[in-house]
Design a protein around this ligand. Structure first.
Ligand code: FPP
Length: 230
């Protein structure tokens, strides 16, 4: 079964750090390193699109010291992408989905730069969900649709599921979504897009996620019968 798009909820960074008596922020650093490995596994498996939950809109209310650490980590990572041959040699397009206005300007600027630099890449796509909330996204799309109706650009009868998706930050749908960290919930991630996603919940913390876990998920996915409600 072909996988075009996979989603990851990268949960458990702080719990892993605490287990080893590290500062919780160290968990996020390990998480960022793990993400780079996982992206290579996805590429090698021929998966064209990956969406990762890097910061929920709600996460922004965590203690300032942690949120500032994450903002700095994003800044550093997005700056490094500009010089990362892997992004250019593999023609990876980088998107950020979420409310960038919630981020400090120096962080969102780095994101806009890499989005622009990679906008014509078509081989692979990485969507970073940052300052993202699935319900916020649906509300945002509804408002944009209402505005277009008001302006006369759109008739109410033209609104359907496919065109609604075009108003979201992301219209493509993950074939499967993986959540590490042992919690069995979807936490406002791609609510609209994951309606028919196959979900996998893994007990390991995100930095502990290994290639054998990934391979096992791909095997399990290939055995699932996707019926899309039919
Ligand atoms: C959830 O674990 C993880 C986050 C809130 C941050 C995830 C961010 C990264 C992995 C870095 C992304 C890297 C780039 C390149 C943008 P948690 O803190 O909720 O862990 P817990 O469940 O143990 O508390």
């Amino acid at each position: 079964m072909v996988i075009n798009h996979i989603g990851f909820i990268m949960d458990g960074n702080r719990r892993l750090a605490r287990r080893f008596k590290f500062n919780p922020t160290k968990g996020h650093e390990l998480g960022a390193e793990k993400l780079k490995q996982v992206l290579e596994w996805c590429r090698d498996a021929g998966i064209k699109e990956v969406t990762v939950y890097a910061l929920s809109a709600e996460n922004i209310n965590r203690p300032k010291i942690e949120v500032d650490f994450l903002f700095n980590l994003f800044k550093k990572e997005f700056e490094a992408f500009k010089k990362d041959r892997r992004i250019f040699d593999n023609e990876v397009r980088i998107n950020v989905i979420g409310d960038l206005s919630l981020l400090p300007d120096d962080v969102s600027l780095r994101m806009r730069e890499i989005i622009k630099l990679t906008e014509n890449h078509n081989k692979y796509i990485i969507n970073f969900a940052i300052a993202y909330g699935g319900r916020d996204e649906i509300v945002m799309a509804s408002k944009r649709i209402a505005k277009d109706v008001k302006k006369g650009l759109l008739a109410i009868d033209q609104i359907n599921k496919e065109m609604f998706a075009e108003y979201l930050y992301l219209s493509s749908e993950p074939d499967l979504t993986v959540r590490t960290g042992g919690e069995i919930r979807t936490s406002n991630f791609l609510n609209y897009q994951s309606a028919y996603s196959e979900w996998f919940f893994i007990d390991k913390m995100w930095p502990e996620f290994e290639k054998e876990d990934f391979d096992d998920i791909l095997i399990q996915f290939s055995k699932r019968k996707r019926r899309f409600g039919k």
